[in-house]
Write a protein that binds this ligand. Structure first.
Ligand code: HEM
Length: 379
């Protein structure tokens, strides 16, 4: 809101001395995300970053897992996206419903009997981990390791976690997993990608698996965490959703608009000058589209800082826009709907267990989520 006082497109410094263009307006953000001159190719992005840092910046030691479609432009992006879209079949999604329901029930059973829990650790994090591991049929028994890997990779870093180490460990794990699946293919999505005629090479398969594991996890955790917090702040809505679960899908859309898990879309660069609103952004610049800015743009949404699932909020930017629009959106919606319904039916008297002032957000530009969400359960 403060940045927007200077207009829907501003030039900002985040403390590392490198200027970035930040797009805060809804229409401007949508237009930019659909503009083919705003690119994501990782080599192009890294050369722009290196130039901006005046040669002091070094790319990460390994790229093994980073050659994925969120780091690619057409035609590579088109080919990779087609392959994964083919694997995200409605049948595969529907088959996940009982898995999600059963996992949620098991986690809630485990919480019962505790007066107080960290809802992120007990419920919001393990649920999407179990679901994405089931979808890809990867065997990450150790929830803690998975969470540390993904936290390191999305940059919600705690002291002592090294992103390069987490990346290398995850790539080595996925290499083994793919070797196993080549020998013994299953019904899962990775086996489907391996069998696909479009033949993704080894690096692309590892990148895709890594992207799905990360993109499908940290975001869904925070859809649940941020959504529950919104309900604790709006008790009347919590009670309405308990009484009428049919309202939950609308509430999920409103969580995504009001306090969505993705603050800014991942970084992009201009491959040619582009005009966004009244601003010309020259070639070779770093650009961030603030999805949360667009979602609270008063020119698009009436009273945007009010949480109200009953208002038709139209197309929020919570899943992005354009060719990189979230490929997992149907799964996220399915998972979110089941997670909220199961939680609210079991613990309708849920309340915050700490003073509001003790809640802390991860200091992360992209992912918007809490560090902990301590709640009292009272069945
Ligand atoms: C892309 C949000 C869940 C897989 C994106 C983007 C956003 C987003 C904003 C676009 C990023 C950009 O343009 O820079 C979310 C939210 C989720 C969620 C808010 C949960 C509430 C999932 C799930 C999966 C997934 C469950 C997979 C199982 C992906 C992939 C991309 C993506 C693969 C890249 C698409 C491409 O490059 O074409 N997501 N996501 N996401 N998401 Fe999600």
């Amino acid at each position: 809101r403060l940045w927007r006082e200077d207009g829907p497109v501003v030039r900002v410094h985040f403390g590392d001395g490198v200027p970035r263009w930040l797009i805060l307006g809804y229409e401007e953000g949508r237009a930019a995300l659909a503009d083919p001159r705003l690119c994501k190719d990782i080599d192009g992005l890294e050369s722009v970053i290196a130039r901006k840092y005046g040669g002091t910046w070094r790319p990460p030691s390994t790229h093994d897992g980073l050659r994925h479609m969120l780091n690619a432009d057409p035609p590579a992006h088109t080919r990779l996206r087609k392959a994964v879209s083919r694997a995200f079949t409605p049948r595969r999604m529907e088959a996940l419903r009982p898995v999600i329901e059963e996992t949620a029930r098991g986690l809630l059973d485990g919480m019962a009997g505790h007066e107080e829990v960290d809802l992120l650790r007990a419920y919001a994090a393990p649920l999407p981990i179990a679901v994405i591991c089931h979808l890809l049929e990867v065997d990450i028994e150790d929830t803690f390791t998975f969470r540390e890997w993904t936290k390191a990779l999305v940059g919600t870093l705690e002291p002592g976690i090294d992103p390069a180490r987490a990346h290398d460990e995850m790539v080595a794990f996925l290499r083994n997993t793919l070797r196993r699946k080549r020998l013994e293919p299953g019904e899962d999505m990775l086996s489907a990608l391996l069998a696909d005629d479009a033949a993704l090479d080894e690096g692309e398969l590892i990148g895709m698996a890594l992207l799905l594991l990360i993109a499908g996890h940290e975001t869904t955790v925070n859809l649940i965490g941020n959504g529950v917090l919104a309900l604790l702040h709006h008790r009347a809505w919590l009670e309405r959703l308990v009484a009428d679960p049919a309202l939950i899908p609308d509430a999920v859309e409103e969580f995504l608009r009001y306090d969505g898990p993705v603050n800014m879309a991942t970084p992009r660069f201009t491959a040619a000058p582009i005009t966004v609103g009244d601003t010309v952004i020259p070639e070779g610049e770093l650009v961030l589209v603030a999805l949360s800015g667009g979602n609270r743009d008063p020119r698009r949404f009436t009273d945007p800082s009010r949480f109200d699932p009953s208002v038709e909020h139209g197309q929020h930017l919570g899943f992005g826009h354009g060719i990189h629009y979230c490929v997992g959106a149907p799964l996220a919606r399915l998972e979110g709907g089941i997670a909220f319904e199961a939680l609210l039916q079991r613990f309708p008297n849920l309340e915050l267990a700490v003073d509001e002032s003790q809640l802390r957000w991860h200091p992360n530009a992209i992912i918007h989520g809490l560090k902990r969400l301590p709640v009292r359960l009272r069945e």
